[in-house]
Design a protein around this ligand. Structure first.
Ligand code: FAD
Length: 317
Protein backbone atom coordinates (compact mmCIF):
# COMPACT_ATOMS: atom_id res chain seq x y z
CA UNK A 1 0.00 0.00 0.00
CA UNK A 2 1.22 3.50 -0.74
CA UNK A 3 2.26 5.89 2.04
CA UNK A 4 -0.43 8.30 0.84
CA UNK A 5 -3.05 5.55 1.30
CA UNK A 6 -1.77 4.82 4.83
CA UNK A 7 -2.04 8.52 5.64
CA UNK A 8 -5.50 8.86 4.09
CA UNK A 9 -7.01 6.08 6.16
CA UNK A 10 -5.23 6.93 9.44
CA UNK A 11 -7.42 7.86 12.39
CA UNK A 12 -4.49 8.48 14.74
CA UNK A 13 -0.74 9.15 14.56
CA UNK A 14 0.99 6.41 12.59
CA UNK A 15 4.33 4.83 13.38
CA UNK A 16 7.19 3.93 11.03
CA UNK A 17 10.79 2.80 11.38
CA UNK A 18 14.00 3.12 9.39
CA UNK A 19 16.79 0.57 9.10
CA UNK A 20 20.19 0.43 7.42
CA UNK A 21 21.20 -2.53 5.27
CA UNK A 22 23.69 -4.70 7.19
CA UNK A 23 27.38 -4.55 6.32
CA UNK A 24 28.25 -6.72 3.34
CA UNK A 25 28.78 -10.33 4.46
CA UNK A 26 26.04 -10.32 7.10
CA UNK A 27 22.81 -12.18 6.52
CA UNK A 28 19.22 -10.94 6.25
CA UNK A 29 18.64 -12.36 9.74
CA UNK A 30 20.52 -9.37 11.18
CA UNK A 31 17.71 -7.17 9.80
CA UNK A 32 15.08 -9.44 11.32
CA UNK A 33 16.93 -9.49 14.68
CA UNK A 34 16.90 -5.70 14.56
CA UNK A 35 13.24 -5.36 13.61
CA UNK A 36 11.72 -8.25 15.59
CA UNK A 37 11.50 -6.33 18.90
CA UNK A 38 9.76 -3.45 17.11
CA UNK A 39 7.22 -5.18 14.92
CA UNK A 40 4.69 -5.82 17.69
CA UNK A 41 3.97 -2.06 17.58
CA UNK A 42 2.59 -2.56 14.06
CA UNK A 43 4.47 0.10 12.11
CA UNK A 44 2.72 1.20 8.94
CA UNK A 45 5.94 0.80 6.99
CA UNK A 46 9.72 0.41 7.28
CA UNK A 47 12.21 2.57 5.38
CA UNK A 48 15.50 1.10 4.17
CA UNK A 49 18.39 3.48 3.50
CA UNK A 50 20.57 3.38 0.36
CA UNK A 51 24.34 3.59 0.40
CA UNK A 52 26.70 4.56 -2.38
CA UNK A 53 30.08 2.95 -2.82
CA UNK A 54 33.16 4.49 -1.27
CA UNK A 55 36.71 4.69 -2.58
CA UNK A 56 39.24 2.80 -0.49
CA UNK A 57 42.94 2.14 -0.86
CA UNK A 58 43.79 -1.57 -0.71
CA UNK A 59 47.34 -2.78 -0.22
CA UNK A 60 48.56 -5.05 -3.04
CA UNK A 61 51.02 -7.92 -2.59
CA UNK A 62 53.86 -5.79 -4.04
CA UNK A 63 53.29 -3.24 -1.26
CA UNK A 64 51.69 -0.61 -3.48
CA UNK A 65 48.12 0.58 -3.04
CA UNK A 66 45.24 0.49 -5.48
CA UNK A 67 42.06 2.54 -5.31
CA UNK A 68 38.97 0.33 -5.21
CA UNK A 69 35.26 1.12 -5.05
CA UNK A 70 33.57 -0.71 -2.18
CA UNK A 71 29.87 -0.73 -1.43
CA UNK A 72 29.75 -1.62 2.24
CA UNK A 73 25.97 -1.75 2.64
CA UNK A 74 24.38 -3.10 -0.53
CA UNK A 75 21.00 -4.82 -0.69
CA UNK A 76 18.38 -2.08 -0.23
CA UNK A 77 16.03 -3.41 -2.93
CA UNK A 78 16.31 -7.04 -1.76
CA UNK A 79 15.88 -6.05 1.90
CA UNK A 80 12.67 -4.19 1.05
CA UNK A 81 11.26 -7.24 -0.70
CA UNK A 82 12.38 -9.47 2.21
CA UNK A 83 10.77 -7.19 4.83
CA UNK A 84 7.50 -7.07 2.90
CA UNK A 85 7.49 -10.82 2.53
CA UNK A 86 8.59 -11.64 6.09
CA UNK A 87 6.48 -9.16 8.07
CA UNK A 88 3.68 -8.37 5.57
CA UNK A 89 4.40 -4.69 6.07
CA UNK A 90 5.19 -2.04 3.46
CA UNK A 91 8.80 -1.11 2.83
CA UNK A 92 10.13 2.17 1.48
CA UNK A 93 13.53 2.05 -0.23
CA UNK A 94 15.60 5.22 -0.36
CA UNK A 95 16.82 5.88 -3.89
CA UNK A 96 19.79 8.23 -4.32
CA UNK A 97 21.35 10.08 -7.24
CA UNK A 98 24.93 9.81 -5.95
CA UNK A 99 26.94 6.99 -7.46
CA UNK A 100 24.33 5.97 -10.03
CA UNK A 101 23.55 6.96 -13.59
CA UNK A 102 19.99 7.29 -14.86
CA UNK A 103 19.99 3.89 -16.56
CA UNK A 104 21.04 2.11 -13.36
CA UNK A 105 18.35 4.03 -11.52
CA UNK A 106 15.74 3.06 -14.11
CA UNK A 107 16.72 -0.60 -13.74
CA UNK A 108 16.43 -0.38 -9.93
CA UNK A 109 12.98 1.21 -10.26
CA UNK A 110 11.88 -1.53 -12.66
CA UNK A 111 13.09 -4.15 -10.15
CA UNK A 112 11.11 -2.45 -7.38
CA UNK A 113 8.01 -2.24 -9.53
CA UNK A 114 8.19 -5.95 -10.40
CA UNK A 115 8.68 -6.79 -6.73
CA UNK A 116 5.53 -4.88 -5.79
CA UNK A 117 7.37 -2.10 -3.95
CA UNK A 118 5.39 1.02 -4.82
CA UNK A 119 6.96 3.53 -2.44
CA UNK A 120 10.29 5.34 -2.74
CA UNK A 121 12.06 8.18 -0.96
CA UNK A 122 13.92 10.16 -3.65
CA UNK A 123 17.18 11.72 -2.45
CA UNK A 124 20.30 13.26 -3.85
CA UNK A 125 22.76 11.60 -1.49
CA UNK A 126 25.91 13.15 -0.09
CA UNK A 127 29.41 13.53 -1.48
CA UNK A 128 31.54 10.42 -1.00
CA UNK A 129 33.65 10.41 2.16
CA UNK A 130 36.85 12.41 1.67
CA UNK A 131 35.33 14.45 -1.17
CA UNK A 132 34.42 18.06 -0.61
CA UNK A 133 31.35 18.38 -2.77
CA UNK A 134 28.65 16.29 -4.40
CA UNK A 135 29.24 15.53 -8.07
CA UNK A 136 26.74 13.63 -10.18
CA UNK A 137 27.90 10.47 -11.93
CA UNK A 138 28.34 10.84 -15.69
CA UNK A 139 24.76 10.40 -16.94
CA UNK A 140 23.42 10.79 -13.41
CA UNK A 141 21.31 13.36 -11.59
CA UNK A 142 22.54 16.52 -9.86
CA UNK A 143 19.58 17.04 -7.57
CA UNK A 144 16.80 15.02 -5.99
CA UNK A 145 14.27 16.86 -8.13
CA UNK A 146 15.84 15.37 -11.28
CA UNK A 147 15.50 11.86 -9.84
CA UNK A 148 11.95 12.67 -8.82
CA UNK A 149 11.16 13.71 -12.39
CA UNK A 150 12.60 10.44 -13.69
CA UNK A 151 10.26 8.57 -11.34
CA UNK A 152 7.19 10.63 -12.29
CA UNK A 153 8.10 10.03 -15.95
CA UNK A 154 8.17 6.29 -15.30
CA UNK A 155 4.79 6.63 -13.56
CA UNK A 156 3.60 8.08 -16.88
CA UNK A 157 5.16 5.21 -18.84
CA UNK A 158 8.06 7.33 -20.14
CA UNK A 159 11.35 5.40 -20.14
CA UNK A 160 14.84 6.68 -20.95
CA UNK A 161 14.83 4.69 -24.16
CA UNK A 162 12.65 6.72 -26.51
CA UNK A 163 11.99 3.62 -28.62
CA UNK A 164 9.77 2.26 -25.84
CA UNK A 165 6.31 3.38 -26.85
CA UNK A 166 3.28 2.70 -24.66
CA UNK A 167 5.65 1.60 -21.87
CA UNK A 168 4.11 0.01 -18.77
CA UNK A 169 3.41 2.66 -16.15
CA UNK A 170 4.82 2.35 -12.66
CA UNK A 171 2.80 3.68 -9.73
CA UNK A 172 5.33 4.97 -7.22
CA UNK A 173 4.35 7.08 -4.24
CA UNK A 174 7.29 9.44 -3.84
CA UNK A 175 8.66 11.07 -0.69
CA UNK A 176 11.41 13.69 -0.52
CA UNK A 177 13.67 15.03 2.22
CA UNK A 178 13.14 18.28 4.12
CA UNK A 179 15.37 20.02 6.65
CA UNK A 180 13.85 21.85 9.65
CA UNK A 181 17.32 23.31 10.32
CA UNK A 182 18.11 23.94 6.62
CA UNK A 183 20.18 21.73 4.33
CA UNK A 184 23.82 22.50 5.06
CA UNK A 185 24.61 23.56 1.49
CA UNK A 186 21.68 25.97 1.14
CA UNK A 187 22.67 29.62 1.54
CA UNK A 188 19.60 30.33 3.70
CA UNK A 189 16.31 28.71 4.78
CA UNK A 190 14.26 30.66 2.21
CA UNK A 191 16.23 29.27 -0.75
CA UNK A 192 16.17 25.78 0.74
CA UNK A 193 12.39 26.06 1.05
CA UNK A 194 12.09 27.27 -2.53
CA UNK A 195 13.86 24.12 -3.75
CA UNK A 196 11.71 21.98 -1.46
CA UNK A 197 8.58 23.53 -2.98
CA UNK A 198 9.94 22.75 -6.45
CA UNK A 199 10.19 19.08 -5.44
CA UNK A 200 6.60 19.10 -4.19
CA UNK A 201 5.34 20.95 -7.27
CA UNK A 202 7.17 18.36 -9.42
CA UNK A 203 5.13 15.57 -7.84
CA UNK A 204 6.46 14.63 -4.37
CA UNK A 205 3.63 13.22 -2.28
CA UNK A 206 5.08 13.90 1.17
CA UNK A 207 8.16 15.22 2.97
CA UNK A 208 10.21 13.27 5.48
CA UNK A 209 12.49 15.38 7.64
CA UNK A 210 16.03 15.19 8.80
CA UNK A 211 16.32 14.39 12.52
CA UNK A 212 15.95 17.29 14.95
CA UNK A 213 16.04 17.56 18.74
CA UNK A 214 14.15 20.80 19.19
CA UNK A 215 10.47 20.55 18.31
CA UNK A 216 10.18 24.33 17.99
CA UNK A 217 12.39 24.08 14.89
CA UNK A 218 10.05 21.49 13.38
CA UNK A 219 6.96 23.57 14.18
CA UNK A 220 8.56 26.66 12.58
CA UNK A 221 9.52 24.58 9.53
CA UNK A 222 5.96 23.27 9.09
CA UNK A 223 4.65 26.81 9.43
CA UNK A 224 7.13 28.12 6.85
CA UNK A 225 6.21 25.28 4.47
CA UNK A 226 2.50 26.00 4.76
CA UNK A 227 3.07 29.73 4.21
CA UNK A 228 5.14 28.87 1.12
CA UNK A 229 2.22 26.83 -0.26
CA UNK A 230 3.67 23.39 0.52
CA UNK A 231 0.64 21.43 1.56
CA UNK A 232 1.75 17.78 1.49
CA UNK A 233 2.13 15.77 4.74
CA UNK A 234 5.36 16.45 6.64
CA UNK A 235 6.69 13.46 8.56
CA UNK A 236 9.16 14.12 11.39
CA UNK A 237 12.27 11.93 11.44
CA UNK A 238 13.38 11.17 15.01
CA UNK A 239 16.53 9.73 16.49
CA UNK A 240 17.58 9.17 20.10
CA UNK A 241 20.79 10.78 21.33
CA UNK A 242 22.55 8.03 23.27
CA UNK A 243 26.17 9.00 23.97
CA UNK A 244 28.41 11.96 24.74
CA UNK A 245 30.24 11.40 21.47
CA UNK A 246 27.06 12.14 19.55
CA UNK A 247 27.04 15.69 20.94
CA UNK A 248 29.73 16.48 18.38
CA UNK A 249 29.09 13.74 15.78
CA UNK A 250 25.44 14.56 15.09
CA UNK A 251 25.97 18.29 14.47
CA UNK A 252 28.99 17.51 12.26
CA UNK A 253 27.40 14.75 10.19
CA UNK A 254 23.75 15.82 10.13
CA UNK A 255 24.05 19.59 10.66
CA UNK A 256 21.58 19.71 13.52
CA UNK A 257 21.70 21.65 16.79
CA UNK A 258 21.45 19.97 20.16
CA UNK A 259 19.38 22.06 22.62
CA UNK A 260 21.45 23.15 25.64
CA UNK A 261 19.09 21.47 28.16
CA UNK A 262 19.71 18.14 26.44
CA UNK A 263 23.47 18.64 25.98
CA UNK A 264 23.85 19.76 29.64
CA UNK A 265 22.01 16.67 30.87
CA UNK A 266 24.11 14.40 28.64
CA UNK A 267 27.34 16.06 29.84
CA UNK A 268 26.43 15.22 33.44
CA UNK A 269 26.07 11.49 32.65
CA UNK A 270 28.71 9.12 33.98
CA UNK A 271 28.12 6.23 31.56
CA UNK A 272 26.61 5.45 28.16
CA UNK A 273 23.72 3.75 29.98
CA UNK A 274 22.93 7.06 31.71
CA UNK A 275 23.20 8.93 28.40
CA UNK A 276 20.82 6.42 26.86
CA UNK A 277 18.34 7.03 29.67
CA UNK A 278 18.51 10.81 29.19
CA UNK A 279 18.19 10.46 25.39
CA UNK A 280 15.24 8.09 25.76
CA UNK A 281 13.37 10.46 28.07
CA UNK A 282 14.05 13.37 25.72
CA UNK A 283 12.73 11.45 22.73
CA UNK A 284 9.61 10.35 24.66
CA UNK A 285 8.79 13.98 25.49
CA UNK A 286 9.59 15.10 21.95
CA UNK A 287 7.34 12.39 20.50
CA UNK A 288 4.44 13.14 22.86
CA UNK A 289 4.56 16.82 21.97
CA UNK A 290 4.72 16.08 18.23
CA UNK A 291 1.76 13.73 18.57
CA UNK A 292 -0.22 16.45 20.34
CA UNK A 293 0.74 18.86 17.54
CA UNK A 294 -0.93 16.45 15.12
CA UNK A 295 1.93 15.05 13.04
CA UNK A 296 0.67 12.30 10.71
CA UNK A 297 3.44 9.84 11.57
CA UNK A 298 6.30 9.45 14.04
CA UNK A 299 9.21 8.05 12.01
CA UNK A 300 12.08 6.63 14.06
CA UNK A 301 15.63 6.16 12.80
CA UNK A 302 16.41 2.94 14.64
CA UNK A 303 20.11 2.87 13.59
CA UNK A 304 21.42 0.16 15.87
CA UNK A 305 19.22 1.18 18.81
CA UNK A 306 16.05 -0.94 18.55
CA UNK A 307 15.78 -1.32 22.36
CA UNK A 308 15.83 2.44 22.90
CA UNK A 309 13.20 2.93 20.20
CA UNK A 310 11.13 0.16 21.75
CA UNK A 311 11.23 1.90 25.13
CA UNK A 312 10.19 5.18 23.50
CA UNK A 313 7.36 3.71 21.44
CA UNK A 314 6.00 1.83 24.48
CA UNK A 315 5.59 5.15 26.28
CA UNK A 316 4.24 7.14 23.34
CA UNK A 317 1.72 4.79 21.70
P1 FAD B 1 18.27 18.00 -2.83
O1 FAD B 1 16.83 18.19 -2.64
O2 FAD B 1 18.78 17.80 -4.22
O3 FAD B 1 19.01 19.26 -2.17
C1 FAD B 1 20.42 19.30 -2.02
C2 FAD B 1 20.90 20.74 -1.90
O4 FAD B 1 20.77 21.40 -3.15
C3 FAD B 1 20.10 21.60 -0.92
O5 FAD B 1 20.98 22.53 -0.34
C4 FAD B 1 19.08 22.31 -1.78
O6 FAD B 1 18.68 23.55 -1.20
C5 FAD B 1 19.86 22.49 -3.08
N1 FAD B 1 19.04 22.40 -4.29
C6 FAD B 1 17.98 21.60 -4.52
N2 FAD B 1 17.54 21.73 -5.77
C7 FAD B 1 18.37 22.62 -6.37
C8 FAD B 1 18.47 23.16 -7.68
N3 FAD B 1 17.58 22.82 -8.62
N4 FAD B 1 19.45 24.04 -7.94
C9 FAD B 1 20.35 24.41 -6.98
N5 FAD B 1 20.31 23.93 -5.72
C10 FAD B 1 19.34 23.04 -5.43
N6 FAD B 1 21.55 9.84 2.03
C11 FAD B 1 21.92 8.65 1.52
O7 FAD B 1 23.00 8.56 0.90
N7 FAD B 1 21.15 7.53 1.66
C12 FAD B 1 19.96 7.55 2.32
O8 FAD B 1 19.30 6.54 2.44
C13 FAD B 1 19.53 8.81 2.87
N8 FAD B 1 18.35 8.89 3.52
C14 FAD B 1 17.91 10.13 3.96
C15 FAD B 1 16.63 10.24 4.55
C16 FAD B 1 16.17 11.47 4.99
C17 FAD B 1 14.78 11.58 5.59
C18 FAD B 1 17.00 12.62 4.88
C19 FAD B 1 16.52 13.95 5.40
C20 FAD B 1 18.26 12.52 4.31
C21 FAD B 1 18.73 11.29 3.83
N9 FAD B 1 19.97 11.15 3.23
C22 FAD B 1 20.37 9.94 2.71
C23 FAD B 1 20.88 12.30 3.15
C24 FAD B 1 20.67 13.13 1.89
O9 FAD B 1 21.01 12.38 0.75
C25 FAD B 1 21.55 14.37 2.01
O10 FAD B 1 21.05 15.21 3.03
C26 FAD B 1 21.82 15.15 0.74
O11 FAD B 1 22.88 16.06 1.01
C27 FAD B 1 20.66 15.98 0.20
O12 FAD B 1 19.66 15.21 -0.29
P2 FAD B 1 18.28 15.86 -0.80
O13 FAD B 1 17.49 14.79 -1.38
O14 FAD B 1 17.68 16.72 0.25
O15 FAD B 1 18.87 16.81 -1.98
Amino acid sequence: MKITAHLAKATDTLLSFEVLPPLKGKSISSIYDHLDPLMEFKPSWVNVTYHRSESMFKKKTDGTFEKVEVRKRPGTVGICAAIMNHYKVDAVPHIICGGFNMRETEDALIDLNFLGVHNVLALRGDAPKNEASFDAEPGGHNYAIDLLKQITNLNAGIYLDEDILNGGKTDFCIGVAGYPEKHFEAPNPEIDLRYLKEKVDAGAHYIMTQMFFDNQKFFAFVDACRKAGINVPIIPGLKPLTSKKQLSVLPRVFHVDIPSTLSNDIMKCKSDAECEQVGTEWLIEQSKELRKFGVPVLHYYTLGKPKVIRNVVEQVF
